[in-house]
Design a protein around this ligand. Sequence first.
Ligand SMILES: [Zn+2]
Length: 203
Amino acid sequence: MLNFWGRRTRGAQVGDGTFTCPEEGGDRPYRLMLARRWFYVAFVPVVPMDVLGEYVECASCGEPFERSVLDLPTTTEQRDALRTVLRHAMVAIIRADERVTNHERHVALDIMANFGLDDYALIDLERDLAALEVEDLDGKAAMAGSMLTATGQERVVRACIQLAAADGAVSQVDLDLIATVGRSMGMLPARIKAMLDEVEPGY
Ligand SMILES: [Zn+2]
């Protein structure tokens, strides 16, 4: 039985947002809570005492977590970063030889679909080919690379190679672009070289 008076811990909500719930493995709303000890009299908190720190409470399953779970990217953020780097890399590669074939368009859309990004349609690709600025390809690759596993990074490089080969010849410009993407994502140079060495260069 609880005492008539005493000290108890209570959480007060100080923020909210979306995070990846480690318990459920998907994007969920969370409440950022501040734990504080209160002095109770007659079961009513009357005097705030020491602050014990912040914690995160999943609004879906109710599990509490350390605040550091908020540093992990959400599924949506990972997906957006992947979509962005693929868009930039593909546009740069398709533009590299100054002609756009229907086969390249097909391969590009297939690649997006294989990554689960099948909402990226032909109209999006045409718009990107016409207007997307790809100067910050390395920045976009670095962002995506920080959220991808080594396997995920290799899948991106493999997709770039597949697209570069779609017009029948992988040029030196293509190879340089692909190496930039791999390096910016944080891949080891030796690993990138091994993947590119498997490619038959055509100039
Ligand atoms: Zn949860």
